[in-house]
Design a protein around this ligand. Structure first.
Ligand code: KIV
Length: 249
């Protein structure tokens, strides 16, 4: 089993679609590792595992044990740690936190949300040897409006500029969340690094989903998610049958 490196991810642009998913536990990490290039320990963990209302509440300390486990059991894929809200408010805080994250979890890279404003921080982290994945379009940590982005000219221009600025600052890939199809296509054509879409059309170089959403374990399902199973129903049936067996002795 050959480890996926950043160089291999870069080489996939315009050649092979890049497969990415989230994982927060041993079981999902082991299975995802067989099929994915990148596994993200997303801050979505706060909502999915801990029932938080937004991704803003999760703390680095809560994510670290999950990331450590994912990294231990995902031997092949590139494992990326999603830096939580307010843990990269300036380049020095970002470096202090990213260094701690990498030291304690051995993750291969960190991800942070934001466009042009993040350029200084991304340059600082990459200069210090920490690989970074970008995230533009809909930004769950700071957004107040969870609608598709890039529907008007001004927003489209701003997101394209964000994409170019972030891609030129040293990230090895960039997540594009929830933007209109022609914008995702334009960004993918105009940047030299791979784009990974989530609700951003088939035109990206790769795709990512929150695993719990696509296997049917989440309470709230974004419109763009294709559900491959309904595990909540499967688990309910198992527990109901077990409960009946116990009662029948
Ligand atoms: O936290 C998360 O799961 C994400 C998504 C883009 C997959 O950032």
């Amino acid at each position: 089993m050959q480890k996926i490196t950043i160089e291999k991810i870069l080489k996939k642009k315009n050649k092979t679609p890049i497969v990415c998913l989230t994982a927060y536990s041993k079981a999902i990490a082991q299975i995802a590792d067989r099929y994915c290039d990148i596994i993200l320990v997303g801050d979505s963990l706060g909502m999915v595992l801990y029932g938080m209302k937004t991704t803003r509440k999760i703390k680095i300390e809560t994510m670290i044990p999950h990331a450590k486990t994912v990294k231990d059991f995902a031997r092949k894929s590139l494992v990326v740690f999603d830096m939580p809200y307010k843990t990269y408010t300036n380049k020095f805080i970002a470096y202090k936190n990213a260094r701690k994250i990498i030291k304690l979890t051995k993750c291969d890279a960190v991800k942070l949300e934001g466009g042009k404003k993040m350029v200084g921080t991304i340059k600082h982290l990459t200069k210090k040897g920490i690989p970074v994945m970008g995230h533009i379009g809909l930004l769950p940590q700071t957004s107040t409006n969870f609608k598709v982005k890039g529907k008007n000219f001004i927003q489209k221009k701003q997101i394209l500029e964000d994409a170019i600025a972030v891609s030129n600052s040293g990230v090895f890939a960039i997540i594009i969340e929830c933007v209109v199809e022609n914008l995702a296509k334009k960004i993918t054509k105009n940047v030299s690094i791979p784009t990974i879409g989530i609700g951003a059309s088939m035109h990206c170089d790769g795709q990512i989903l929150v695993t719990d959403d696509m296997i049917g374990l989440s309470d709230f399902l974004p419109k763009f998610v294709k559900q491959y199973s309904n595990l909540k129903k499967v688990i309910e049936k198992c527990i109901k049958n077990y409960s009946e067996d116990v009662k029948l002795r």
